[in-house]
Design a protein around this ligand. Structure first.
Ligand SMILES: NC(=O)c1ccc[n+]([C@@H]2O[C@H](COP(=O)([O-])OP(=O)(O)OC[C@H]3O[C@@H](n4cnc5c(N)ncnc54)[C@H](OP(=O)(O)O)[C@@H]3O)[C@@H](O)[C@H]2O)c1
Length: 329
């Protein structure tokens, strides 16, 4: 697969990465371990060198999974993980925590779980209003100086926070939601990233599965699936938003590609420093998503996609009120 570079400090990764969250967390029961390892190793064999995890995915289990799956070719891949939460005894998130000592503790624990001596990209998962971002950036700067971390990232941070963090320790990548049905980063965030030379890693690039056409108003999710709490996944919102998926499906059929490939190719076409990280638990979908790296969108294709997006007013917030309060800080 072709490579892309994140940030001015030059982190080279495959143009499409693998979001590993859903293998352990968020979208129903975890995938059986050997199956998950096979999926991750197949991704590597097919050219994926960028793997996304977080302490929170499980918690802890997803990092352990990556540590085992990626061990045979650890030095050939880039592992990204994230800090920034406290957890209760049941493993639920019990609040934000980006205090410097906590970041250091998470780094040490993540290194063990990932079975590695360096974290390639260490993101703050959510901005913690109780800790000045300069202190967070300074702590990661120290971890970089100690050789425990290579690159610093932020997730769902607002533009002023990005600027303040970058002034202390250059930010290599921002990871925030961006897709054909969530384009807010175009207003304020993408121009700041371009100005500062920071790469962008869109999460949920397939709209948590909705943009692929595999989900409709009749789909039911496992009781533990996070999408049950997302207003945009209410039955009414899915009915209303189906029109966008139908239009994208027509564009995809005309090009003999799939809607998922249109969604990913569109992101790749936005900027050369954008690297989406679609998540899947299925080998056939992994192949399909990787295939998007070779889909070229013409100016006419892009105009047709813009028409489709502007023809449909998307219904439903992308976060519950609780999650909404933690973003764009
Ligand atoms: N920084 C953050 O706060 C944050 C938040 C969310 C996610 N993330 C990261 O971003 C990654 C990707 O985001 P995401 O998993 O939320 O959403 P996504 O990649 O937009 O969509 C994943 C969903 O789409 C389905 N899917 C994947 N490929 C498909 C295809 N070709 N056809 C049909 N369905 C397909 C998957 O189901 P199957 O497994 O059944 O294929 C899964 O339910 C995560 O794994 C995680 O690493 C970060």
């Amino acid at each position: 697969m072709q490579k892309r570079t994140l940030g001015n400090s030059g982190l080279d990764v495959s143009a499409i990465g693998l979001g590993c969250m859903g293998l352990s967390f968020g979208y129903g029961p975890a995938t059986e371990k050997q199956q998950a390892i096979t999926l991750i190793r197949t991704a590597y064999e097919r050219g994926v060198t960028f793997f996304d995890s977080a302490e929170a995915y499980g918690p802890y289990k997803n990092e352990e999974l990556l540590g085992e799956a990626l061990a045979p070719f650890r030095d050939k891949v880039v592992i990204a993980t994230k800090f920034g939460f406290d957890f209760n005894a049941e493993g639920g998130q019990s609040g934000l925590n980006s205090r410097p000592q906590h970041i250091r503790n998470v780094a040490e624990a993540a290194l063990k779980r990932l079975n590695t001596d360096v974290i390639d990209l260490f993101y703050q998962h959510r901005v913690d209003p109780a800790v000045p971002i300069e202190d967070v950036a300074g702590t990661v700067k120290d971890l970089i100086a100690e050789g425990k971390v290579k690159h610093f990232g932020l997730s769902e941070a607002g533009s002023q926070t990005i600027r303040r963090a970058h002034a202390v320790q250059p930010v290599t990548a921002l990871q925030s939601e961006y897709s054909l049905w969530w384009r807010e980063p175009e207003d304020d965030i993408l121009p700041v990233l371009e100005e500062l030379g920071i790469g962008f890693v869109p999460f949920s690039p397939l709209g948590k599965g909705f943009l692929t056409g595999a989900i409709n108003a009749q789909t039911t999710f496992d009781a533990s699936d996070y999408r049950n709490t997302v207003p945009r996944f209410s039955t009414e919102a899915r009915s209303a938003n189906q029109a966008l998926v139908d239009l994208l499906g027509t564009i995809a059929a005309d090009k003999t590609v799939t809607p998922a490939q249109i969604a990913l190719a569109w992101l790749l076409a936005q900027k050369p420093w954008i690297v989406p990280i679609p998540g899947t638990t299925k080998l056939n979908r992994l192949e399909e998503n990787i295939g998007a790296a070779t889909v070229i969108l013409s100016a006419d294709d892009r105009a047709a996609i813009e028409d489709a997006v502007s023809a449909v007013t998307i219904q439903g917030a992308r976060y519950s009120a609780e999650h909404q309060a933690r973003i764009n800080r």
